[in-house]
Design a protein around this ligand. Structure first.
Ligand code: KG4
Ligand code: ZN
Length: 344
């Protein structure tokens, strides 16, 4: 059953939040991936409604599994294991993908592999060519997490710093809301910032004036609220968006430089939804060039939630699959540092 030498492809299901995604990864790399975004479903509520997310995953997941298998030219019986995102995330949403994955694994009599969503993000740059080599510093910036991690190998993670309040993606989303932008706020704010005047609003760079690698982003959102005139015109909003984006980008760059210094690593890996931000990508490229290092990002579509990253981790961790599954564990909260090392 759970054969480490099994080189049959792994199918992965990701349903931790508002994307239903399925992918297949095999010995020759990523074989197929697909995704349905629930943006339209949640837009009128200004954010993700967990119950609606779960119900929508239920209707999407099986057609997407069929579509991905067809795209990869595979039959279900060609699969060697089923991976799924076991956490962290919205518990009801996670359970939909977990149940589908467990059902498929039981029917095919193949191992079921529960994957940590943030490890998926962290290792997403491994889907690119060239891929980063260990060790490296990882900056994980998503809607729920802001983490700086010392990565010695797969599952060998030491936390260097994290946000003490809002995650950076959450700060983007809340600030976008203040500026009257629709959900999902991050990409909308980035678009508005393109027409903003650089330096009109100089916002604070939280916790950069003292040593340490932790972050705090909730004050930055308040700084935007304080600076926002009641009758702000379109240009003022764009200028504030630019001021916010620049403050976040600079804060992240300062902490990344410190983390590289503290660890002695020369390689920086950036992943998670906010990693799709072009100004951040540009700034961190400049930082890497300045310190003779290298920075790696996943392609932009693999920064935000996707199943390709889960399928990759499922492939790397395929020997840990559970046979004869009687349940399908899910965890709303799950520290990354609890993961076990893999001798890859
Ligand atoms: O990784 P992700 O897709 O989901 C989570 O695991 O949370 O990250 C979503 C977050 C959201 O807060 C979204 O606004 C932000 O990533 N985001 C961006 C951009 N694209 C997505 N933030 C800034 N600029 C972007 N281009
Ligand atoms: Zn994510």
């Amino acid at each position: 059953m759970s054969r480490p030498t099994d080189t049959r492809p792994i199918l992965a299901v990701e349903t931790s939040c508002d994307e239903t995604a399925v992918a297949v990864y095999g010995a020759s790399g990523l074989l197929a991936h697909t995704l349905h975004s629930q943006i339209k479903l949640h837009a009128e509520y200004g954010g993700v409604v967990p119950e609606l997310a779960s119900r929508d995953h239920v209707t999407r997941v099986l057609p997407l599994i069929r579509a991905v298998l067809a795209e990869a030219g595979l039959k279900p019986t060609d699969l060697g294991g089923i991976a799924y995102t076991a956490g962290p995330g919205l518990i009801g949403a996670l359970m939909v993908g977990a149940a589908a994955a467990a059902g498929l694994a039981a029917a095919l009599d193949v191992p079921l592999i529960g994957i940590h969503h943030m490890e998926g993000h962290l290792l997403a740059p491994m889907l690119e060519s060239p891929a980063p080599a260990f060790p490296f510093v990882a900056l994980l910036v998503s809607g729920g997490h802001t983490l700086l991690v010392d990565v010695q190998g797969v599952g060998r993670y030491a936390l260097l710093g994290e946000s003490l309040d809002d995650a950076v993606g959450e700060a983007f989303d809340k600030t976008a809301k203040l500026l009257g932008l629709p959900y999902p706020g991050g990409p909308e704010l980035a678009r508005l910032a393109e027409t903003g005047t650089p330096s009109r609003f100089k916002l604070p760079k939280p916790m950069t004036d003292r040593p340490g690698l932790d972050f705090s982003f909730s004050g930055l959102k308040t700084a935007v609220l304080t600076a926002l005139p009641r009758d702000a015109d379109a240009q003022t909003k764009a200028d504030l968006a630019r001021g916010f984006e620049d403050a976040v980008t600079e804060t992240l760059a300062i902490k990344c430089a410190r983390a590289l210094d503290a660890t002695g690593h020369r390689t920086l890996v950036v992943a998670g939804g906010v990693g799709a931000n072009l100004r951040l990508r540009e700034r961190l490229h400049a930082l890497a060039a300045k310190c003779n290092g290298q920075v790696f990002f996943p392609r932009r579509e693999f920064c935000t939630d996707n199943a390709a990253m889960i399928a990759y981790v499922g492939w790397v961790r395929r020997s840990e699959g559970l046979a004869a599954v009687t349940g399908f564990p899910t965890r709303a909260r799950w520290p990354l540092t609890e993961l076990r090392p893999v001798n890859a």
